[in-house]
Ligand binder design. Structure first.
Ligand code: GSH
Length: 211
């Protein structure tokens, strides 16, 4: 089987993929990249991701970047883990909606609120519209999750939306809503997320000892 390698800085957006890999249950390696040492801007890593950003995933000769794209790729590439909704299933539309809603609405809406621009662009020019609408759609979506966004099946969409909500909540960048708290509490019960979080603490310590 082609080898899976996650380029990772613990904790960061690559922790999203770390959680996804734990859910997947396939063997993988971690290649730590130090932001402090600037390794993400060095030629060796720029050949993997010319953006100098983490995460990146190598699967054999294939390289995938962008956290949500990596989660979508892994879910489709390893269907036996049942983390995807396959082509032809009527739930595929909402599944993809949530996978794209994370990076194109949740993340920019939170960033815009946390670091406001002096002159905000018009609502129509912003792909996410406005912060409150994003929060309302999110609250409705996760409030209806029984127990997950796609119903009984946990999918890559939960990894993406759950990671955004966990990050926003941790740094108090999103409003406290009972729907968010209940969904996050449910996700926190998942052994794969617990393993990835624990392992991230060890990796962070390891990385700090190296710098
Ligand atoms: N759009 C990318 C964003 C990745 C990203 O911004 N990663 C941060 C870590 S949380 C990073 O690599 N920062 C280092 C830098 O920009 O120099 C994704 O979703 O994967």
């Amino acid at each position: 089987m082609a080898k899976l390698t996650l380029y990772h800085a613990a904790p960061s957006r690559s922790s999203i993929v770390h959680w996804m890999l734990e859910e997947l249950g396939e063997p993988y390696d971690i290649h730590l990249i130090s932001f402090k040492k600037g390794e993400n801007r060095q030629p060796a890593y720029l050949t993997v991701n010319p953006m100098g950003k983490l995460p990146a995933l190598k699967h054999g000769d294939a390289v995938v970047t962008e956290a949500a794209a990596i989660c979508t790729y892994l879910a489709d590439e390893f269907p036996r883990a049942k983390l995807n909704v396959p082509v032809g299933d009527p739930r595929r539309g909402p599944y993809l909606k949530w996978l794209f809603f994370g990076p194109s609405c949740v993340e920019p809406a939170i960033a815009e609120r946390a670091w406001p621009r002096k002159e905000p662009p018009p609502r129509t020019a912003l792909g996410f519209g406005d912060f409150d609408s994003v929060m309302d759609v999110l609250a409705k979506g996760v409030g209806a999750a029984k127990p997950y966004l796609m119903g009984e099946q946990f999918t890559a969409a939960d990894v993406i939306i759950g990671s955004g909500l966990r990050w926003g909540t941790m740094f108090k960048l999103i409003p406290e809503r009972p729907e968010f708290a209940a969904y996050i509490a449910r996700l926190s019960q998942r052994p794969a997320l617990q393993r990835a979080t624990e392992n991230d603490k060890k990796l962070q310590a390891e990385q700090e000892a190296r710098t």
